[in-house]
Structures are given as structure tokens and as C-alpha cells.
Design a protein around this ligand. Structure first.
Ligand code: HH2
Length: 275
């Protein structure tokens, strides 16, 4: 698939490397606030096999501090400008604000990764007006309160219906079908039981016809089922979850530990192709 400044092919599972230029992200907050450190980390992840780099300037973990569009752009633009023509892999920006979408797509971002699935007024139009792709993620509630009491009658069915409706809204707004990815949003307004059920039934999202992206890396469900407290110690559990997701049909895995994830997914892909 070709978008501005690159694209992704889905013939093998792809890794999206996480680059949080925030002071407060749940597992790597503060490490890449300095633009030079962020640019270096992006190169290291591309070298390790990331097919796309996802830059986030506003943490979405429960209780994170909201950031203004101006602050988000102050964090994003120096990093984006340092990478977009040189890095050799497309850049995604994790945002949902229309003014940020407009500015980063003008600056060359290839994909908008929106945890709100373009529900903010003006966001849909901002993506439709640019030659970029979008990842539509499901979230129940909003980051500040989403983990208070998440409830579903049918978690898989409700998320599937939500993603289908958002994808149709995108297509109706003029976004090409091959510019759309979908993501069930592990950890966003979901208990561990919801997350595990979603993973078990991931293949039920495939017949919507869009590549599925998953973000399980270091998340709290992995900590809960394994008893591992610190997010940065959850690599083994993250690799198991990523491998399972790809086996069940995910096309892109959003991950902090790129080299290890690339290695795990190569094994899954080789196993699937073996005849
Ligand atoms: N998870 C996070 C952020 N963005 N985007 C998509 N599409 N899917 C996800 O599961 C997802 C996401 C949360 O992880 P992280 O960026 O590491 O943490 P924080 O939100 O605290 O910055």
C-alpha cells in the first residue's frame, strides 16, 4: 500500500516501532523528550527492522495529563522534520486533534494513528484532505476514566461493529479503503478479561477487510497474567502476545522492543508458510 512518503506491504507481519516523545508514557516516558535522542532511537528501531515508526506526543495511559495541540506540535515537529525525508521508513503520528493531523501530514507523516478513531470534530476531514493512511482504534470512554468500570455485553461484537462503522465513515469522507487499518485497542477501556477474550477472537475482525494492527507491548494485562510488575520487564509476555496475534491474523504489531519482536514474528511467518 502506498501513502505519502512510503507505505506498508502486508505480505509479512510488520512491526511498528513506538517512539514516545512524552515525559509520562507508561513504559518509556521521559527517555526521548530530547529531539536528538528521539531521532537516534527512530534510526535504531528502523535498523532493527521496524517497517514504520509511530511518534506519540501525548500519553494515553489512564490518568495521563492532556496536552494542547500547540504543545503536541512543539514536541512532534522537530522530530518529524529530522526523520521524514531521511529515515527510509514511513512515519506515523499518534494523534487525534485535527490541527495536529493537518500540520504533521503537511510535514510528511504517512499515517495518522488515532486512538479515538477520528471522532474528534474535524479529524476525519483532516485525514481525508491529506494523502495519508489512518489507523482507527477502539477505545471505550476517554483515557482519564476509561479503566474505571469498562462494560460490554459482547466485547468482540461491539468492537467489531464500532470499527466497521468508523471505517465506513472514513470511506464516506473520501479516504481510500487501502488507506485504512483497524485496531481493537487493547487496554483502552477494557479489563484484562476483555483483552484476553479479544485476543482469543482476533480473527473475527479480519472479514471487515482492513489490515489489523495490535498494540499489546508491555501492557498491564501481560503484567497481570504473568505477575511481572515493571512494564520494561514484560518482553517475553509481549512477544508471546504479539506472536499469537499475528498467528490469528494481525498484520502489524506496535512494539517498544523492535529487534526481538521482528525475530519472533519471523518465526511465526516462517511457520505459517511452511508446506
Ligand atoms: N497503545 C498505546 C498508544 N497508542 N495506538 C494503537 N493503534 N494501538 C495501541 O494499542 C496503542 C496506541 C499505549 O502505549 P504507549 O504509547 O507505550 O503508552 P502511552 O500511551 O502511555 O504513551
Amino acid at each position: 500500500m502506498q501513502w505519502q512518503n512510503g507505505g506498508l506491504e502486508f505480505d509479512t507481519p510488520r512491526v511498528m516501532g513506538v517512539l514516545n516523545v512524552t515525559p509520562d508514557s507508561f513504559s518509556d516516558g521521559g527517555r526521548f523528550v530530547d529531539p536528538a535522542a528521539a531521532v537516534d532511537h527512530a534510526y535504531a528501531m528502523a535498523e532493527a527492522g521496524a517497517a514504520i515508526i509511530d511518534i506519540g506526543a501525548e500519553s494515553t495511559h489512564p490518568g495521563a495529563t492532556p496536552v494542547s495541540a500547540a504543545e503536541e506540535l512543539d514536541r512532534l515537529l522537530p522530530v518529524l522534520e529530522g526523520l521524514v525525508t531521511e529515515l527510509g521508513v514511513p512515519i506515523s503520528v499518534d494523534t487525534g486533534k485535527p490541527e495536529v493531523i493537518a500540520a504533521v501530514t503537511s510535514a510528511g507523516a504517512s499515517l495518522i494513528n488515532d486512538v479515538q478513531a477520528l471522532r474528534m470534530p474535524g479529524a476525519l476531514e483532516a485525514v481525508a484532505g491529506a494523502d495519508c493512511a489512518v489507523c482507527l482504534m477502539h477505545m471505550q470512554g476517554e483515557p482519564r476514566t476509561m479503566q474505571a468500570q469498562p462494560r460490554y455485553h459482547d466485547v468482540v461484537g461491539e468492537i467489531r461493529d464500532f470499527l466497521a462503522a468508523r471505517a465506513i465513515a472514513c470511506e464516506d469522507a473520501g479516504i481510500a479503503p487501502d488507506h485504512i487499518l483497524i485496531d481493537p485497542g487493547f487496554g483502552f477501556g477494557k479489563t484484562s478479561a476483555h483483552n484476553l477474550l479479544l485476543l482469543q477472537h482476533l480473527s473475527e475482525l479480519l472479514d471487515l477487510g482492513y489490515p489489523v494492527l495490535v498494540g499489546l507491548s508491555r501492557k498491564s494485562t501481560i503484567g497481570e497474567v504473568s505477575g511481572v510488575k515493571m512494564p520494561e520487564d514484560r518482553l517475553a509476555g509481549s512477544l508471546a502476545a504479539a506472536s499469537l496475534a499475528v498467528w490469528l491474523g494481525a498484520s502489524v504489531v506496535r512494539a517498544h522492543d523492535v529487534a526481538a519482536t521482528v525475530q519472533a514474528l519471523a518465526g511465526i511467518h516462517a511457520t505459517r508458510r511452511q508446506v
